[in-house]
Design a protein around this ligand. Structure first.
Ligand SMILES: Nc1ncnc2c1ncn2[C@@H]1O[C@H](COP(=O)(O)OP(=O)(O)O)[C@@H](O)[C@H]1O
Ligand SMILES: [Mg+2]
Length: 271
């Protein structure tokens, strides 16, 4: 069966999570993987970064360890720690260590949220040494073949403190993500929610208008995720206006004046 491997099918036969490519990102991911290079995904929240990684992991038949980073996440959370088990202390690998040992993919979602000591452990892993020093056990782990580090972050937040240092970011291949083009986003919303084409197109058109307000009234453009939420609820029988209100207006702002303005916009688009 040489060369007949269907790329949409996992090597173990299960199908990969649905992901509609926007450009050549699947090829770039695969090339990064094949060449042992770490990859950084930049882009606004809810535009498909996490879905892309789970899709690619499945497509390549790889095990995926996903870590949602937060401001309390420390190097030990990634690497592992000694735990008390039945009166004995045993070492327990963290997700990064497991991925390094098994040659799996480790995905650090929103990596800039993590504590500073986390980036330090990434450095020896992201140059050609590909090692993970585990201070607590004295072990110096060499990454198994196939190990890949993927990280994502949202450069849009107006928070200068939360950005990656050049010394860290210049160790990754990087790729910019954005909201899908109109036709693609309509297709995604249909696929994810089961809604019909006309109504999906209406919601995506509305999202386009809301995104145009970014930087004026809204900090961030509305995500594909929220359009899918609205479509899902409409498909389940919720009135369009209520679904749009709860999925496409309320999550965007707390400012009453801004909300009024957004409602006018909704009325103009949906009628
Ligand atoms: N290209 C795409 N193909 C399929 N689904 C997508 C795509 N882009 C966005 N989505 C939808 O948007 C949702 C949010 O995407 P996600 O990957 O969680 O965003 P991010 O990680 O960028 O915040 C997904 O659950 C999926 O329903
Ligand atoms: Mg994500």
């Amino acid at each position: 069966m040489h060369g007949t491997f269907d790329k949409n099918i996992r090597k173990d036969g299960a199908s990969a999570p649905f992901y509609l490519p926007q450009a050549d990102e699947c090829d770039l991911f695969e090339a990064a993987h094949d060449n042992n290079l770490p990859l950084l995904l930049k882009g606004p929240t809810g535009c498909g970064k996490t879905r892309f990684v789970s899709h690619m992991a499945a497509k390549l038949g790889k095990k995926l360890y996903t870590v949602a980073c937060h401001d309390d996440l420390s190097a030990a959370d990634l690497i592992g720690r000694y735990l008390l088990k039945g009166g004995e202390t045993v070492w327990v690998d963290g997700p990064l260590t497991r991925a390094v040992r098994e040659g799996a993919i480790c995905y650090l979602d929103e990596v800039v949220e993590a504590r500073k000591d986390v980036t330090v452990v990434l450095h020896p892993l992201t140059d050609d040494r590909r090692i993970l020093p585990i201070d607590r056990t004295g072990e110096e782990l060499e990454a198994a073949p196939g190990f890949m580090l993927v990280a994502s972050y949202n450069p849009g937040y107006q928070n200068i403190l939360k950005t990656l240092k050049p010394s860290t970011r210049q160790r990754f291949l990087a790729m910019e993500f954005n909201f899908p083009a109109f036709d693609e986003e309509v297709q995604i919303v249909m696929q994810e929610s089961g809604i019909g084409k006309d109504r999906a197109a209406l919601l995506v058109r509305l999202a386009g208008k809301l995104r145009a307000l970014k930087g004026q009234d809204l900090e961030e453009g509305i995500s594909t995720r929220l359009i899918v939420y609205a479509a899902t609820m409409i498909e389940k029988g919720m009135p369009v206006e209520r679904a749009v209100q709860s999925a496409m207006i309320e999550p965007l702002t707390d400012d009453e004046d801004v909300k009024l303005g957004l409602n006018d916009l909704v009325a103009a688009v949906i009628g």
